[in-house]
Design a protein around this ligand. Structure first.
Ligand code: 5GP
Length: 206
């Protein structure tokens, strides 16, 4: 079987829709899927590790990376900078790994322009009430932060219309299966299969 370049996916969602848990579950199940580790200027939350959840950098360092043209995309989200380094994705895609970008709508808009083949997925919470509860249950942010995130959730959600796929995270397992179906379907497109099965196709058509 010929080697095929991995596919790139973007997952966006309002904070509290359960995106991180879905990505974690997906990676646990599939060794051939990876999430890109972004750079951010925000401080680590309890339990977050540098180089695992994010590359935590100072604002000066982030700006220097922008100057060096090291980012595939970057954006200011809430009060901090976030960005995907080119290095974080290219080598993985070339190794045939499917890569997920956990980024916001601003990043998604930039990536669509650079790589139109990207498949974009928007995750919705099942209701506003549930979203509010999920943001409260985290217990890691102050009431002010939660209120501001509810407002920003609405602004993030207003971009759902720009995405290829929309998933409602009501039942976790079925939302996970929905993502898997999208990834599997991409692996079966004509372009991917032509690449993968060159030898077979040649022999069948000789
Ligand atoms: P959090 O601070 O809760 O980890 O992330 C806040 C928001 O920033 C989330 O919507 C997340 O998807 C987005 N984000 C994380 N990394 C990146 C990135 O590299 N680029 C962009 N554009 N957004 C990101």
């Amino acid at each position: 079987m010929a080697h095929t370049r991995g596919n790139l996916f973007i997952l966006s969602a309002p904070s509290g829709a359960g995106k991180s848990s879905l990505i974690n579950a997906l990676l646990k199940k599939h060794a051939d899927m990876k999430v890109s580790v972004s750079h951010t200027t925000r401080s680590p939350r309890p339990g977050e590790e540098d180089g695992v959840h994010y590359h935590f950098v100072a604002t000066d360092e982030f700006k220097a990376l922008i100057e060096k043209n090291d980012f595939f995309e970057w954006a200011q989200v809430f009060d901090n900078y976030y960005g995907t380094s080119k290095q974080a994705i290219e080598s993985q895609l070339n190794a045939g790994i499917d890569v997920f970008l956990d980024i916001d709508w601003q990043g998604a808009q930039q990536v669509r322009k650079i790589m139109p083949s990207v498949q974009t997925i928007f995750i919705l919470p099942p209701s506003k009430k549930e979203l509010e509860q999920r943001l409260n249950n985290r217990g890691q942010d102050s009431a002010d932060v939660i209120a501001s995130r509810m407002a920003k959730a609405q602004s993030e959600t207003s971009h759902y219309n720009e995405y290829d796929f929309v998933i409602v995270n009501d039942d976790f397992e079925s939302a996970l299966a929905d993502i898997e179906i999208i990834v599997m379907a991409q692996r079966l497109t004509l372009k991917a299969q032509k690449n993968r099965h060159q030898v077979l196709l040649n022999s069948l058509l000789k």
